[in-house]
Design a protein around this ligand. Sequence first.
Ligand code: C5P
Length: 311
Amino acid sequence: MVVSSVTVRVPAKINLQLAVGPLRADGYHGLVTVFHAISLFDDVTVATAAADSVSVGGEGAAHVPADDDNLALRAVRALRAAAAQAGPGVAVTIKKRIPVAAGLAGGSADAAAALVACNELWGAGLPVRELCEVAAGVGSDVAFAVLGGTAVGRGRGERLSPALVSPARYHWVLAFANGSLSTPEVYGTLDRLRSAEGAGTAAAEGGAPELSTELMSALRAGDPERLGRSLGNDLQAPAISLFPALRKTLAAGREFGALGALVSGSGPTCFFLARGASHATDLAVALSGAGVCRSVARAVGPAPGATVIER
Ligand code: C5P
């Protein structure tokens, strides 16, 4: 059967842990992170066309570049260069639900979806491992969006290993902010905060980041109380310093009984761990009534990675 279009559904991610090391010579920071995919999805359709193009609709679409800089188009070109079998052009259509520049890796998700979709459209047949290699060249978070689930990321986040976790499902509440944060600016602010803390301290030196054994043990046990207590993000302090309103958002979630409250990635989205489904609903209602964010959403995790839903 000749396939002329393929649609892939791809999840947002949160970082249950994000430990950031010192700035490297290549402009990136070495890190250890625990990625967790959640049930907030973009849909990306690729269709055979004479030339590459992209169009974006839905949540925050106006803020996504619809030119050659678009990460999904960069992914298409990277796969074309890597695959023996590739088509001359694709029209990429992105339906966004994941907010843009929110710390949820929405752009990376779209790039991962484009890779999986074109691999199918072209019958290129790259195995997941090779797709992840291409993904790593497109952006730090792209390979994880191909895999989904819960995984440990090292390097600049692109070197993935599966996390040994219980089959537990977790109930999350997301608080979307009024505004966005630039990832490079948040990393730069972390470097400045650390050097202001004084040379010689472990933080200023940015010692090698380490995986939290407590967090991994909570995930193995499937224990939400322990998981909530062991969430951590080195980018939270710089994100709050650039976006002080987040302090209030996090405090409100804790006050309403969240087991854990954290800025997601480089922010400004905050996420909260609920005790279960009905607590998640209560927490979402309370946060939305407190006026501490633009809007709220519920999600469960872990969610699967980029998946073909239509062809
Ligand atoms: O890889 P990606 O394009 O998503 O990264 C965006 C920017 O975020 C990088 O240019 C860099 O400034 C910063 N970054 C970093 N260390 C990482 C990941 C991203 O400094 N591990």
